[in-house]
Ligand binder design. Structure first.
Ligand SMILES: Nc1nc2c(ncn2[C@@H]2O[C@H](COP(=O)(O)OP(=O)(O)OP(=O)(O)O)[C@@H](O)[C@H]2O)c(=O)[nH]1
Ligand SMILES: [Mg+2]
Length: 412
């Protein structure tokens, strides 16, 4: 098993650096490695050459030997030259936070789309970090000429990477069109779409499963695990509440602070589904004292994927473990079921407040109109009468207009 040293800079505050390091520890453990040492250096800004200060690097070197460290991880995304300079000075392999997250994503990806997206992010990362190595190699051969052998090799590597990136782009486009077709089918049903969004490990998939179990939604449960980034794909289930109200529920990949930009870009296709939602259920782990940071990390990503304008409901999950007073929201516990009835009421208010309870009468000659109605709506009651099919249903204002010709009674 790897024995890992994790280390970071406290640029703003010690507390923030510590919180971030706790999370990095979780990321390391998610890869099945053990953290044996943690280290924070307070600085105004990173050292230009080696990221950590000179003295600190010396100390890190000694600690690596003393504690028999096998891998060092820096809690930040390092530039090519920082990575190279620091790696050169340390007796063990070095990784940054971004590489680590990319590794986890690579390990967890199950679907084709997720595989392609992760590979794309990894290649993009390697491409920019090759540049640093290239400069270094060409400097080594400075006496011979400006273009050392390293640079030529680098050009070649870059070209290979670019070719593969183009291939991946095409494959992702293919998968995207599959998603688009599925999405179109859903949108044709004209049911509201609800997206579960939030920090990794907050309980999004657990909440999804709660809905699936309680309302016997077809399609099976989704994967839940006490680890970071359990979900990497988008899952959709149709939920039908007791009174016949229906919506699509979407579960997707979770966020984390300092989520690498290139990962958000690469996962655009997966995350895009969220931007079609009518309502976002923002799930936070309310038992942690960093709810505000969770909230901020999510808000940033939502803005980046073009979902910043969608109405949001904040859910402070894991109430059974503790309740945060730092943020407004509905305290719930998916585990114990506490306040779930309240949540359902709020969802109904938000999604269906403009719906009307109506009865319709479709004459037997209006078979095509009736099928169209049934495609969009699951009636509460249905009866075959002499004049035609009688239906009781909750309809949206738009549906009421479309089928007004067949309206029997507008009840409320
Ligand atoms: N105590 C407690 N644990 C919960 C609650 N809800 C979820 N969990 C646990 O939290 C862990 C993470 O839950 P998930 O549903 O996988 O979280 P997620 O938000 O989907 O996480 P990612 O897919 O990684 O983004 C699991 O171990 C759940 O059992 C809750 O209300 N109380
Ligand atoms: Mg999940």
């Amino acid at each position: 098993m790897e024995k890992v040293l994790i280390m970071g800079l406290a640029l703003k505050s010690q507390e923030e650096a510590e919180d971030s390091l706790v999370e990095l520890k979780g990321l390391v453990e998610a890869l099945g490695a053990e953290v044996v040492l943690e280290l924070i250096q307070s600085r105004q800004q990173p050292d230009g050459r080696t990221y950590f200060g000179k003295g600190k690097v010396e100390e890190i070197k000694l600690l690596c030997e003393e504690k028999e460290i096998t891998l060092a991880v820096v809690d930040d995304e390092l530039g090519g030259s920082h990575l190279r300079n620091l790696a050169e000075l340390l007796p063990v392999p070095l990784m940054d936070r971004t590489t680590l997250i990319l590794d986890i994503f690579a390990q967890r990806s199950r679907t084709k789309l997720a595989h392609y997206q992760v590979e794309m992010a990894q290649l993009r990362y390697n491409r920019t970090h090759l540049v640093g190595v290239g400069k270094f190699l060409s400097q080594q051969g400075a006496g011979i000429g400006t273009r050392g052998p390293g640079e030529t090799k680098l050009e070649l590597d870059r070209r290979k990477i670019d070719t593969r990136i183009s291939e991946l782009k095409a494959k992702i486009e293919e998968q995207k069109s599959v998603l688009a077709t599925q999405r179109k089918k859903r949108m044709d049903r004209e049911l509201p779409i609800l997206a579960l969004v939030g920090y990794t490990n907050a309980g999004k998939s657990s909440l999804m499963n709660w809905f699936i179990r309680n309302y016997e939604a077809p399609g099976g449960e989704v994967y839940v695990e006490d680890m970071l980034f359990a979900t990497l794909d988008t899952f959709v289930r149709k939920i039908r509440l007791e009174d016949g109200m229906e919506f699509f529920l979407i579960d997707t990949v979770g966020f984390i602070r300092k989520l690498p930009e290139l990962l958000v870009d690469a996962f655009q296709s997966t995350l895009e589904e969220v931007s079609y939602a009518d309502l976002i259920l923002h799930v936070l782990d309310g038992s942690r004292d960093d709810v505000a940071e969770q909230e901020q990390a999510t808000t940033e990503v939502l803005a980046r994927i073009g979902a910043g304008h969608i109405p949001r409901m904040e859910l402070l999950n894991k109430k059974d473990l503790g309740e945060s007073l730092l943020m407004k929201g509905i305290p719930i516990s998916v585990k114990t079921g506490e306040n779930m009835d309240l949540l359902i009421e709020k969802i109904k208010d938000e999604l269906f407040s403009r719906h009307h309870l109506c009865s319709f009468l479709f004459s037997y000659t209006a078979g095509a109109v009736l099928s169209r109605f049934l495609e969009q709506n699951t009636p509460l009651e249905k009866e075959y009468k002499g004049e035609g099919t009688w239906i009781l249903a909750k309809v949206s204002p738009r549906q009421l207009e479309e089928f007004r010709e067949y309206l029997d009674h507008e009840i409320n």
